[in-house]
Design a binder for this molecule. Sequence first.
Ligand code: RIB
Length: 319
Amino acid sequence: MPDILKYDVLVIGSLNADLVVRTVHFPRPGETISGDDLQIIPGGKGANQAVAAARQGASVAMVGRVGKDGFGPFLLNSLKSDSVDIANISTDESATGTAMIVVDSSGQNSIVLSAGANGKVTSKDIDALKIKAKVLLLQLEIPLETVIHAAKWGRQNGMIVILNPAPARELPDELLLSADYILPNETELSLLTGLPVRDVLSAEQAAKALLNRGAKNVIVTLGNKGALFVSNKQVSQVNAYPVEVVDTTAAGDAFIGGFASFLVEALKSDSELPDVLLLAPALQIKAVKYANACGALATTMFGAQPSLPTKEEVEKFLS
Ligand code: RIB
């Protein structure tokens, strides 16, 4: 039997080729508009979060699928160049996942996904893994039943399970219960709970509705209002860093990679796999502040993976 490999962060999720066009405004239904030249950029929430954590110094492995087309090697090379272990990313007959992205002049985006090979990641892929990690990162661009299986598997194996419920959808309580941290943005939180989320107060109320359903810690990213940490022990708002926004794509992924790597760094002295209950509230807020800086920096550059900051860049920004 092969040896178990140990990583700081394991990502089970999606890889997408982002087909990005910049326009002045989003097209209305039936409208044709012109944009800048098409850019093909490595993306996918899973792969972005893997790169985001790796650039913060974490050792990272990723599980996923790409297709046999040219986008597959393009995405794998991007991960490899950031030292993400790609041994558990397999190649499928389907097309590689793609994301059609329009970025408007204010830096906001609108995205249409075509799952392709991401839709073929199965629970069997997880059962076959010979990997341990301190933190497991999950999103919703692979089949939901695989995400649920992965979350339970991560918990059983002593990992801190972080769920980014994106793209937004309703979720079963069993998944909420299996995650240590749930990190939605305002839109995702609203869809997840069926409650309006317009400001910090309504975000807190919706986050508490998730706690009532079994979630342990909810961290809501609020764009230029920062982030809100809500658990049964505390509610804390962390302010946003003022930056000049170029493109918000992957800002949430930068936040999550930064949060995960900060926790890993804090737990480095522990020889055993971490227990999330050992994490002091103050430490978690520090992690949110650091993650906020990662997210802010990502908005200052165009594209998904090219915009994810390194540890040095974040430290310089914070100092
Ligand atoms: O979070 C940003 C990502 O969402 C993009 O890279 C795109 O691939 C979509 O998955």
